[in-house]
Write a protein that binds this ligand. Structure first.
Ligand code: IMP
Length: 446
């Protein structure tokens, strides 16, 4: 029985990467914030790098949600995010130096685990050790993400809420430092860290962060209740997900759409549409299997074209990204895991001028054909891609804003991708600026 009038409820959209990250989520989130009153990060940390180009000006965000670039939009850092307090403050200050008002519209969950200096040291020392004993680097960003999530799961993490209690903070920090120094010195052959400088930094950060600490889940519920539209901004990509990605060559959080609920505190019944962001080809940074990978070093090759025309270098680490053809069999896996409602294809213009374009439709594995990415990284290494070849186009698609303006072969390519993976293309991004966008169906109005 319905009693009284239900409050107006906003519409909530989740944006996730469907490949190995760097699909161009930041631009799309920024573009959609004209329809949102709040943007929420729900996983990862400052390993993410979202590059935004607004009126020709380039800004890179790592931890703060992309909505911060739009005046009046509230930004929420949910409990699923790991927060490096020092980095967060420096990012706030960098945005303030651009003239943006940040502190009054940024809300940080008290439940976020903290990334502390020993997490960074351990992350880097472990990678160095993996490399020296030839056991295979993961290629992490070296930001301490994995070790911080380990502490969370081990139920010993310091959380943002501990910053409010100096005595509790010091006691927990001392215990955790002892534990991690033992690993640094005893296992990794690194130097121990000292308590006092770490504590002083944490206390300084606490003072500044305190006004922004919040019960984010409850705030989101209230915002939803008064009709705010919320945008959930995924970081990394589905194939880097700790459970569903190419384990162990993955990040340490769940990057899939389902985690928008657990990582923010707003239930899944209040999420209405999942937008999957897909680059028109594929890239990956760090180690791990990549069936459609091409040579990016040799001038004149397709891989070199994708790497140079696409400017495929990491926002956070500056590393050259590995490049290859679009992998529809891997995308199919992402579409299923995320329950994608619609896709946004990005960087289509990078394919301009190629005579032929290939799409991987499946793989040959142990004498059989498989049409979806296997779950085992060793099996993926054995996969030989099966390609379908389509004609390319010579006209430029850069900056186009209308589907009808696209060259016919470009439309056919997109339609084929859509048919292969079984999800509708609702948007196409044709350049880095907000305006370089073709809209077919708006996620907030779909
Ligand atoms: P971590 O997240 O720093 O632990 O790194 C684990 C893996 O995820 C490595 O292969 C990284 O290159 C990759 N990774 C982490 N963040 C991003 C991102 O924002 N884009 C692409 N790859 C990422």
């Amino acid at each position: 029985m319905q009693t009284g009038i239900l409050p107006p409820a906003g519409r909530n959209v989740v944006v996730v990467g469907t490949q190995w990250g760097d699909e161009g989520k930041g631009k799309v989130v920024d573009w959609m914030t004209d329809h949102a009153q709040g943007v929420v990060r729900f996983q990862g940390g400052h390993n993410a790098g979202h590059t935004l180009v607004i009126a020709g000006r380039k800004t890179a965000l790592q931890l703060i949600p992309s909505g911060i670039m739009r005046e009046g939009v509230k930004c929420y850092i949910g409990n699923g995010v790991v927060v490096d307090p020092k980095h967060l403050l420096s990012e706030i200050e960098r945005l303030e130096a651009l003239g943006l008002e940040v502190r009054s519209r940024l809300f940080i969950s008290e439940s976020c685990p903290l990334i502390l200096p020993f997490h960074v040291e351990i992350d880097r020392a472990r990678e160095a050790q993996r490399e020296s004993c030839g056991s295979g680097k993961i290629g992490t960003t070296g930001k301490g993400i994995g070790p911080a999530y380990e502490d969370k799961v081990a139920r010993r993490a310091l959380r943002v809420q501990d910053l409010k209690h100096p005595t509790r903070l010091e006691a927990k920090l001392r215990t955790l430092l002892e534990l991690h120094n033992a690993e640094l010195t005893g296992v990794l052959g690194a130097q121990p860290l000292e308590l006092q400088p770490m504590l002083d930094d944490a206390l300084r950060a606490a003072e500044q962060l305190r006004p922004m600490m919040a019960d984010v889940g409850y705030r989101l519920f209230q915002a939803h209740g008064v009709g705010d539209n919320l945008l959930f901004e995924g970081a990394q990509g589905t194939l880097l997900d700790i459970d569903h990605g190419t384990y162990p060559y993955v990040t340490s959080s769940n990057c899939v759409a389902g985690n928008a609920a657990a990582g923010s505190g707003l239930g899944p019944g209040m999420l209405h549409y999942v937008l999957g962001i897909t680059k028109a080809y594929t890239t990956r940074v760090g180690s791990g299997p990549f069936p459609t990978e091409l040579d990016i070093e040799t001038p004149g090759t397709i891989g070199h074209h994708l790497s140079t025309v696409g400017q495929e270098r990491g926002t956070v680490t500056g590393r050259a990204r590995r490049c290859g053809w679009l992998d529809a069999a891997a995308l199919k896996r992402s579409i299923i895991i995320n329950g994608v409602s619609g896709l946004c294809i990005t960087k289509l213009d990078v394919l301009d001028g190629l005579q032929e374009i290939k799409i991987c439709t499946g793989y040959e594995l142990d004498g059989r054909v498989v049409d979806v990415l296997p779950l085992d990284a060793d099996e993926i290494e054995q996969c030989k891609p099966i390609y379908e070849t389509m004609p390319g186009w010579s006209d430029t698609t850069a900056g186009l804003t209308n589907w009808e303006q696209l060259p016919a072969p470009a439309r056919r390519y997109l339609e084929r991708v859509q048919a292969l993976i079984g999800a509708p293309i609702d948007m196409v991004s044709t350049g880095p600026d907000r305006v370089h966008t073709i809209l077919l169906r708006h996620p907030f109005r779909a």
